[in-house]
Ligand binder design. Structure first.
Ligand SMILES: *[C@@H]1O[C@H](CO)[C@@H](O)[C@H](O)[C@H]1NC(C)=O
Ligand SMILES: *[C@@H]1O[C@H](CO)[C@@H](O)[C@H](O)[C@H]1NC(C)=O
Length: 221
């Protein structure tokens, strides 16, 4: 009798192993995927209505290393992953997006923004806004208007919009305006004995985002 009980217990243990290591984690993952934390991805396959297709592109001419922008869209109190830009110096990247159209019985569009976390050589910023449907420049980010181009140059971030004038369209012009500065540090080895001393480089304009640490960069939006 005692032997039988032990045997039963042993069997139950063996049967329960797949549940503990496979079934329960699977349920946790499936429930996590189904839970309504993110909005439904919109259908990207059908072409956008005229005027709805927008783009942002990024270009870094800072040669200290790769620059990373991890971007999300924010709209109606919700957010969704947008794009992860990994920028090698002088290699532009472009991403397309389609802000939602205004609701049927309202003239005003739903506020829609794209915010990025920015990282470069151990310096990090968050809430770098690269699109805001309420801003004056928003219509210029339309693909037909040429899109919005961000340029990172000498510690500054610029927004370049418009198209170069051509013989067919002489009224066109390209505009470059300063958005602000990015955070950079300079480090010095003092006599090679003391730990490296770093300080923020002096900057002339407001930072384009909020300074965050490496930890926040990896784990927070
Ligand atoms: C947006 O425009 C780009 C470039 O013209 C095109 O490749 C893309 O398919 C368009 N996206 C939509 C949803 O229309
Ligand atoms: C977008 O612009 C509007 C109007 O300028 C401003 O109130 C809002 O805070 C901006 N949103 C973001 C995310 O910067």
């Amino acid at each position: 009798m005692e032997e039988k009980k032990k045997d039963l217990l042993r069997r139950l243990t063996i049967i329960s192993i797949p549940f503990v290591f496979i079934a329960i984690p699977s349920i946790v993952i499936i429930v996590g995927m189904l839970s309504p934390h993110a909005a439904e991805p919109r259908d990207q396959s059908s072409p956008a209505a005229p005027g709805r297709n927008h783009s942002v592109s990024m270009l870094s001419t800072m040669t200290g290393g790769q620059m990373i922008l991890s971007c999300r869209t924010a709209f109606s109190g919700n957010w969704e992953y947008f794009h992860y830009f990994i920028l090698d110096p002088y290699k532009p990247q472009r991403a397309f997006f389609q802000p939602p159209p205004p609701p049927p019985n309202s003239a005003a569009a739903v506020p829609y923004a794209i915010l990025c976390k920015w990282g470069y050589m151990g310096n990090f910023l968050q809430d770098v806004v690269v699109f805001n449907s309420s801003a004056a420049y928003a219509p210029r980010c339309r693909v037909e208007e040429g899109g919005c181009h961000y340029l990172f140059e000498d510690g500054k971030m610029f927004l370049v919009t418009g198209r170069r004038a051509t013989r067919a369209a002489p009224a066109r012009r390209r505009e470059k305006r300063l958005v602000g500065d990015v955070v950079l540090r300079e480090c010095a080895h003092v006599l090679g004995v003391f730990p490296t001393v770093c300080r923020y480089k002096p900057h002339e304009h407001n930072y384009v985002g909020k300074i965050i640490g490496r930890w926040r960069w990896w784990f927070n939006y």
